[in-house]
Design a binder for this molecule. Structure first.
Ligand code: HEC
Ligand code: HEC
Length: 266
């Protein structure tokens, strides 16, 4: 989704819609759905099995995750217990929170709120929803943020269809939006939206987006609980292969060049 949003920004940028710049700032409390953090949870990761401890206030870690080069203890993973949500997936909708920053970057009216659909597939696409639509109501109940969106979908989870009200860009006027009602028909019951927050970042990571308030409102901080290496990026060293195998010149993977370039052939 991030890359698609970026791609959308670039596309719209080429069309002359985008004002690039980090000038816009907001107080985290001013937007709907922003909860102030007054407590937090500290997540400790002992080597084998992650134990999640929650507490009203951030706690001191008993044991550091691992020592830095000079033996300094490394801060533990930190995750607020009130992380804001950013993405939702429901019936082929890939939606994210519409913010003032996004509205500015993508050329929507600045006061737009709702769930911006970055991409639609499956039932959402078949029902007529489109990327760029802003979902503002589900079953006539207003949805201003991901939390509200998920809550209403939970109420409807056993239904097979639901009315979705979206704002769609008018093809004639870049800034005008028109409201449309679309009946989302599920393939069986609708189920409820799955949600995501902002990615986990490391303490000291630079901020690649405009100012949005304290990092911990949205990001867990620390190394996280990912499987390393990332399963998408696993690359094993090329094994030694037999001369007969090399002679056939048919690699079991995609053609990457002469076998000898990467494999020891024996
Ligand atoms: C209001 C929510 C919010 C706040 C506050 C916030 N971010 Fe983010 N950040 C996001 C979201 C959402 C993304 C995912 C990309 C996007 O949509 O812009 C992101 C992306 C990032 C990324 C890229 C991470 C990745 O793996 O792609 C970094 C690094 C980052 N933020 C750092 C920071 C830092 C540092 C701060 C504090 C100074 C901060 N952010 C404050 C919401 C926030
Ligand atoms: C550019 C480097 C490169 C070239 C050229 C290459 N390979 Fe490989 N090969 C690899 C790597 C890396 C792996 C390990 C892939 C993995 O498991 O992620 C591999 C794995 C293999 C395996 C183990 C089975 C598998 O899929 O893991 C065989 C057999 C093999 N290669 C045969 C060949 C043959 C035969 C050729 C020549 C026709 C060839 N390779 C050319 C890089 C290369």
């Amino acid at each position: 989704m991030n890359q698609k949003i970026l791609a959308a920004v670039i596309v719209l940028g080429a069309a002359g819609f985008v004002v690039i710049g980090g000038g816009w700032k907001h107080d985290g409390g001013a937007e709907p759905g922003v909860s102030r953090i007054d407590g937090g949870a500290v997540l400790a990761t002992p080597a084998a099995m992650p134990v999640i401890q929650t507490a009203a206030a951030p706690m001191e870690m008993a044991a550091p995750l691992e020592a830095g080069p000079v033996g300094d203890p490394v801060a533990p993973n930190y995750m607020s217990d009130r992380l804001r949500l950013f993405e939702a997936h429901w019936q082929g909708m890939d939606g994210r929170l519409m913010t003032r920053e996004l509205a500015r970057k993508l050329g929507y009216p600045l006061d737009s709120t709702g769930i911006l659909l970055g991409e639609v597939t499956l039932q959402a696409a078949r029902s007529g929803l489109r990327g760029g639509d802003i979902v503002v109501k589900v079953a006539d109940i207003p949805v201003r943020n991901i939390e509200e969106f998920q809550a209403v979908t939970k109420d409807l989870m056993n239904r097979t269809e639901a009315k979705i009200t979206v704002l769609r860009k008018d093809t004639k006027s870049a800034q005008a939006l028109r409201a449309l009602s679309i009946v989302l028909r599920g393939d069986g019951i609708l189920g409820f939206a799955q949600v995501e927050g902002a990615p986990q970042i490391l303490a000291g990571d630079p901020r690649p987006h405009s100012a949005r308030g304290p990092c911990t409102t949205c990001h867990p901080i620390g190394k996280g609980f990912e499987l390393t290496p990332d399963p998408d990026l696993i690359s094993l060293p090329p094994p030694v292969i037999a001369r007969e195998v090399a002679k056939r010149e048919v690699p079991p993977h995609e053609n990457s060049g002469p076998c000898e370039a990467c494999h020891v052939v024996r």
